[in-house]
Write a protein that binds this ligand. Structure first.
Ligand SMILES: *Cc1c(COP(=O)(O)O)cnc(C)c1O
Length: 290
């Protein structure tokens, strides 16, 4: 392996949980965004393209990952950012990595293929990467997580936004003919689309367990209970979780173990998908619970 994603066992409130530390792959090219970009970058190189064009919201972990990985790979990068021009810590980092940011209104933003066509249609070095890095190559990269495991887990637990990462995990579980149950924690309130996203890549959903009640009010919404949990978990285990994805998923896991949906005597693996820069977007909220 040319990257570092060890499995660490942590003890929390009498429970033993193994964590796949994809967050350690890179401090900026966050866990699953690295997995999703890895084969896209390889494909771009293969086709002699050296300019990544992508899309995202102003707080997107995907944008910052694309900016950092582009710079590291000697590529140029351009991002169409949804909505009015804003400044924040994520976009600042994107710009430090040389990413060209173009803010587009929400209507125009909807048709990404059209945006690419209009601005880069005749640019031979431009390579299209969908919002969040979605697609077949992203799924392939995420499926590889399963191949790195050397022990059998009865349960794997992971957060989902679009569902591409968990589609990869389920695909990997089937490729390696495991009987691992995949517990998915959607972080958006409407989560019906996740099943469809997964089904695009993996038809057999018998090992899938969706737990849709841990969104804490919706995407990027938090509660004091969640923030206090993140603080407690970090201070007890030394592992930081982010408030948008991994914090919600770990909270869910502890609750599922508590209700014996996931028996605590089983082998359990939590996928730490990274996203820690998201902590800085909630500084005020954290201040209030400390
Ligand atoms: C983007 C992201 C996810 C969600 O990934 P999807 O493939 O969109 O489901 C999960 N965790 C973190 C930390 C992320 O940045």
């Amino acid at each position: 392996m040319d990257f570092y994603s060890p499995i660490q066992s942590v003890y929390y409130k009498g429970l033993s949980i193994d964590i796949k530390r994809d967050d350690l792959i890179d401090p900026i090219i966050s866990g699953n965004k690295w997995r999703k970009l890895k084969w896209n970058i390889a494909e771009a190189k293969k086709n002699d393209k050296n300019h990544l064009i992508t899309f995202g919201g102003a707080f997107s972990n995907h944008l910052i990952a694309t900016a950092a990985l582009s710079a590291k790979s000697g590529f140029k990068s351009t991002a169409f950012v949804r909505g009015e021009k804003v400044n924040n810590h994520m976009l600042l980092l994107c710009e430090l990595y040389g990413m060209d940011l173009r803010f587009v209104d929400r209507t125009l933003y909807k048709d990404k293929n059209q945006l690419f066509e209009t601005y880069f249609g005749d640019n031979n070095s431009a390579y299209f990467i969908d919002e969040g890095g979605a697609g077949e190559l992203a799924v392939k990269g995420c499926a590889e997580i399963i191949g790195e495991l050397t022990t059998f887990y009865q349960h794997i637990v992971c957060a989902a936004g679009t569902g591409t990462t968990v589609a990869g995990l389920l695909k990997g579980i089937h490729l390696h003919q495991k009987q691992t149950k995949l517990h998915v924690i959607p972080v958006l309130k409407p989560s019906g689309f996740i099943k469809e996203e997964i089904e695009t890549y993996q038809k057999d959903l018998s090992l899938l367990r969706l737990h849709p009640d841990f969104h804490f009010g919706g995407y990027a919404k938090t509660t004091d209970e969640l923030l206090k949990f993140i603080k407690d978990f970090a201070s007890e285990t030394g592992v930081l979780l982010d408030p948008i994805y991994t914090g919600k998923a770990m909270f869910a896991l502890i609750s599922l173990i508590g209700h014996n949906v996931v028996p605590k005597s089983d082998k359990i693996l939590f996928i730490h998908t990274g996203g820690l820069l998201g902590l800085f977007g909630k500084q005020e909220e954290f201040r209030e619970i400390l």
